[in-house]
Design a protein. Structure first.
Length: 473
């Protein structure tokens, strides 16, 4: 054997051995609740900022339904909401043979744990009513806990609020808690306990790779946090977004939870508390990353951080989610895969949360599930952000109960430039009630509805056909 052939053979053997002995990646799957992309850009988040510098960020990522349960059922099953039909019910009751993402990991050698809110649960309490236990899909997990036990009080009713206030939105039946809390320790809050339990799971002896789902409720209401998280936000520094022009859109395009611009001081205090909740969330994420680093897990663990949907903090005159506006559908999406992601890279190509399942299925080298996946793997784009090709349309949907029309449904399509919405009387025999078209390059705040503009007839027809084609899939 000549020298060059021997060298080549040795290199090949070493390469194959390294491939064969490579450890499977662990997965840290972090889900926040009600996290606004706009607010994340405003908030003091040093730990998330550092993660962004080491990750790939998708700046145009969208949920498929702007509400907790249907969105989570969608991205955890890899199927679109009109296929799951699981609005506020247990996914497996409607799709008994579905293989969810954590279940696929569990069936293929992963230890799976759910800490906090991964699937939607109806009662954010330490107790598990049977209905909530099933909503969390116990078939997926080796270990699961909603809120670790604590005698220091519950987040849903902040004990002994200090400087706390209650604010009632027009159209809501009850007040919303917000303000500083008397307990200064993060562990007094449910999300602090979630972090502590997640660290316990990371610290346990293991023979398997792990899929650890960590579900934070922050910054979902109540908007409460220890005092130190308010320090970056003096009330005088808080700016409110413009409510915009609401006259161009149909009334059912908006939420019933209106921002009270007649009381801007209360609005500013509410936003201040929301931003403090985001900073509290950031601190919890920092604790997780610090533990990974200190225990030699950081370079063996892929991290995905995102929100189940967006949130409106006064944009379009609403304070909530559950609309088809950008602020309600757009989500943060940050992905760090050791040795794969380009640090600090980003993509403006529109992507969907339903893409997460096929992305992780490919990344972790798992078999394709028995049911059809509706998303597309983002791994090619993560490997090479410059070689992903043309943008594809991203679809979302919503239901509404109206006094005049009863239950109505809407589909939305987002391209690289436009968002187009169609509102229908029903899914079976749809009669179009209203349409919306926004040119997001010229009108990023979606204030001018171009659907009836004669200059956009071809664009409207094209996007309408995309929705019809999508519904037939």
């Amino acid at each position: 054997m000549n020298k060059s052939l021997a060298c080549a053979t040795t290199f090949l053997i070493l390469h194959l051995l390294s491939f064969a002995t490579a450890k499977p990646l662990n997965m840290l799957f972090i889900v926040s609740d009600d996290l606004s992309v706009n607010a994340l850009a405003e908030a003091a988040t040093p730990h998330i900022d550092r993660l962004v510098q080491e990750s790939m960020t998708f700046t145009k990522a969208y949920c498929q339904y702007p509400a907790c349960a249907p969105s989570r059922n969608s991205f955890l099953s890899g199927t679109r909401p009109d296929r799951t039909q699981a609005q506020w019910s247990r996914l497996r009751d409607l799709m008994p043979d579905v293989t969810t993402l954590p279940q696929l990991c569990r069936e293929n050698g992963y230890f799976t744990a759910s800490i906090g809110k991964i699937f939607h649960i109806g009662n954010w309490d330490r107790r598990w009513p049977e209905s909530d236990w099933k909503m969390g899909d116990p078939e997926c997990w080796d270990f699961r806990i909603n809120c670790p036990p604590s005698n220091q009080g519950r987040q849903s009713k902040p004990p002994f609020p200090r400087k706390g206030e209650k604010f009632t939105f027009p159209g809501l039946s009850g007040p919303i808690d917000y303000g500083m809390i008397s307990y200064e320790s993060d562990l007094a809050q449910d999300d602090g306990q979630v972090t502590q339990e997640a660290i316990r799971q990371l610290d346990r002896p293991r023979e398997k790779p792990f899929f650890l789902g960590v579900g934070y409720r922050r910054p979902h209401a109540p908007f409460v946090a220890p005092e130190k998280y308010f320090w970056p936000y003096p009330e005088s520094s808080i700016e409110l977004p413009s409510p915009g022009d609401r006259s161009d859109a149909p009334s059912f395009a908006f939420n019933t939870r209106k921002a009270n611009y007649e009381d801007p001081d209360s609005m500013k205090r509410m936003k201040m508390c929301y931003l403090a909740s985001v900073s509290f969330l950031d601190a919890q994420i920092g604790r997780l990353i610090q533990f990974l680093e200190e225990h030699d897990l950081y370079e063996d663990t892929a991290i995905i951080l995102f929100s189940d949907h967006g949130f409106q903090l006064g944009e379009h005159g609403d304070w909530h989610k559950n609309t088809l506006f950008e602020e309600s559908l757009q989500v943060p999406l940050i992905i760090r895969i050791p040795s794969i992601t380009t640090p600090g890279s980003s993509s403006e190509t529109p992507v969907a949360l339903v893409d997460l399942y096929p992305t992780l299925q490919e990344l972790l080298k798992l078999p394709y599930p028995k049911h059809k996946l509706d998303g597309f793997s983002l791994l090619p784009q993560i490997r090479d952000p410059n070689q992903f090709g043309a943008a594809r349309p991203i679809f979302s949907q919503i239901r509404r109960n109206t006094t005049k029309h009863g239950s109505i449904v809407a589909y939305s399509v987002r391209t690289d430039r436009y968002r187009y919405n169609e509102w229908w009387t029903s899914e079976r025999a749809p009669e179009i009630l209203a349409t919306e078209l926004y040119d997001l390059e010229e009108d990023p705040n979606s204030e001018t509805n171009l659907a009836s503009d004669s200059g956009f007839i071809e664009t409207t027809q094209h996007l309408s056909q995309l929705i019809r084609n999508y519904r037939k899939l």
